[in-house]
Design a protein around this ligand. Structure first.
Ligand SMILES: [Zn+2]
Length: 578
């Protein structure tokens, strides 16, 4: 039976090294050591891509207290990269928000956002003052193998001075996993972090290698989620809410209820079909669930408690905000208002998204201000924000000269941004933070992306045909192009992600088959990526090199049949300069 090591998977907790959570984005960080000295704490975006220099004024000065500056003990490899997650414990999070409130600052929605916001601070002293804790969950690049198994790696990290989760355990087989799941489940409410499940990982690195990856996730790790938290309450009303894409979502207004420590007042009903399927009526008693940071939702109606005269809900025929007819396109679940940015609700939503922390990060552009700017016609697209003058702002309610000047300064400062942020801020359908980062990495500049065709877009990892089509349509739209041009004219500059240095291997395609002695296959792939080369799973005429290790598979034979160059491990190491 396979030996299994376990790390707890926090929602934003300790071992985000799960298939699901990797995608879902904890705030990941890597600390790099040369000898035993901390070389850099490279702060990484949720997507695993380093925050660019413009985001962090001084890397080395940014301190997360539980990242050791000097490794203790002995036996560290010459180069060591430790990956993990930065979190803020729940109690510290509550204190931090209380302080923010006292100073009149923006409140953080959840601990993960607070951790991310703290790492993005321009002033490293603010970062250092925040209650951030770093929990390692694995290794990045190392100059030598650290240990043959995950549990031994964790043990070494502990000896070297890292704070390792005390919930980590090593168990055997399915029965051991389930016992662990129950044990952690029983402790769930008492833990200092909010967690939504556990993660099982195969312990032996050799076995992991044999198991490999699917297109999206490792086959050697598995997330096991706890049941979502549920409570019952009463639906006081159902309102049609218009989002920034025009989708109209029925939202239940609830009698406030505490679900897993959080007061819930609204829950989504997703769309008309969902309301009908669940038969939710105004006045009903319903079961509400909340999972992690996700918006609470109505699970089911308690039919026995339905009062007489409970009113069914209908999708309005006209947009409740602008009055345009509500349309449901064939094959779509959502009803929509199609007036785009001429609909104040959609314009407001776009502006708020544009200014959000993961977008252009314009602090001070709050909901009330956005509402007024739209209502008074001062802003008709996101680009108009950069044309605002002091007089435009002071003519609004509750905005004095001082706060107007401050907002203008922040708008000015937001112009120097990064490409992933700008792409996220634009609100392209189907493009969130993670996809924006991938697009930026693949295309490297805005002009290259603007004219990309579908085929090129589909070459970006995790972008399927549907998203590729939406991205292309977005950039072909004349109005969107005009907004982008106006942003650039206003002085918005998006720094491109650092590109891998051009080497002799840039653009070459490699296929790996059989085992390598000096490094794992993942390590080999990383080294190739760092030299600008691609790796592929199958051999074709487009393949430049097939690296043949010990006990190679059919790929080696196929390479020879196609006349593709095969090389052994020694030649491979020479090529990558190892
Ligand atoms: Zn509308």
């Amino acid at each position: 039976m396979t030996r299994v090591a376990i790390v707890t998977g926090g929602t934003r907790g300790i071992g985000a090294a799960t298939a699901r959570l990797l995608k879902d984005s904890g705030y990941k960080v890597a600390a790099t050591y040369a000898g035993n000295e901390a070389k850099a704490q490279a702060f990484r975006e949720a997507t695993g891509i380093a925050v660019y220099k413009s985001d962090v004024a001084d890397f080395s000065a940014c301190q997360v207290r539980t990242v050791p500056l000097r490794l203790q003990g002995s036996g560290w490899p010459r180069v060591l990269e430790v990956r993990g997650e930065v979190v803020i414990p729940l109690a510290d999070f509550a204190r931090l928000n209380a302080e923010q409130a006292k100073r009149g600052g923006r409140l953080f929605a959840n601990p993960r956002n607070a951790a991310a916001g703290s790492l993005r601070q321009l002033d490293p002293r603010i970062t250092a003052a925040r209650p951030l804790a770093f929990f390692p969950w694995g290794l990045g690049e190392t100059s030598a193998s650290v240990a043959p198994s995950y549990s031994k790696i964790v043990e070494r990290l502990r000896q070297w001075g890292f704070r390792v989760s005390t919930l980590f355990a090593s168990v055997r087989g399915a029965a051991g996993c389930l016992a662990y799941f129950r044990r952690i489940g029983a402790q769930r409410d008492a833990l200092p972090f909010e967690i939504d499940g556990v993660v099982y990982k195969v312990d032996a690195l050799r076995d992991r290698e044999a198991l490999g990856f699917t297109a999206r996730a490792p086959r050697w790790a598995l997330a096991h989620k706890f049941a979502a938290r549920e409570e019952t309450t009463i639906v006081e009303d159902i309102v049609a809410s218009v989002g920034r894409t025009g989708a109209i979502t029925p939202v239940a207004t609830l009698k406030p209820v505490v679900v897993g420590g959080v007061t819930v007042t609204h829950a989504t009903l997703h769309n008309q079909d969902e309301v009908e399927r669940k038969d939710v009526r105004i006045g009903d008693t319903v079961l509400v669930q909340r999972a992690g940071d996700v918006i609470p939702e109505v699970v089911a109606v308690v039919k026995e408690k339905r009062p007489r005269g409970a009113r069914p809900w209908r999708m309005p025929a006209r947009c409740p905000v602008c009055g345009a007819p509500v349309v449901r396109e064939p094959g779509e679940a959502a009803h929509r208002c199609l007036r785009g940015l001429y609909c104040p609700a959609q314009l407001e939503g776009s502006l708020r998204h544009f200014a959000s922390r993961s977008g252009m990060d314009i602090e001070g552009l709050g909901e009330h201000l956005v509402e007024q700017l739209v209502a008074k016609g001062k802003v008709k697209s996101v680009a108009d924000l950069y044309r605002l003058r002091e007089g435009d702002l002071t003519s609004l309610e509750r905005t004095g000269e001082r706060s107007a000047r401050k907002l203008l300064e922040r708008l000015e400062r937001s112009k120097a941004t990064t490409l992933p942020r700008l792409l996220n801020a634009l609100g392209i359908p189907g493009v969130g933070e993670a996809t924006a980062a991938r697009l930026a990495e693949h295309f490297g500049s805005l002009p290259a992306l603007l004219d990309a065709d579908r085929e090129e877009l589909e070459r970006v990892p995790d972008i399927g045909p549907a998203t590729a089509a939406e991205i292309r349509d977005f950039f072909r739209d004349k109005r969107n192009r005009a907004v982008i041009e106006a942003l650039l004219r206003a002085g918005v500059r998006a720094a491109a992600p650092p590109r891998p240095k051009a080497t002799a291997l840039s653009g070459k395609t490699f296929v790996l088959t059989g085992g390598l002695e000096s490094m794992t296959r993942e390590e080999a792939k990383r080294r190739l990526a760092a030299s600008g080369a691609r790796t592929s799973e199958s051999v074709s005429r487009q393949t430049d090199y097939v690296v043949v290790g010990a006990a190679p598979g059919a790929k080696a034979a196929r390479a020879r049949a196609l006349g593709v160059k095969t090389i052994d491990e020694k030649q491979f190491l020479k090529l990558i300069g190892a």
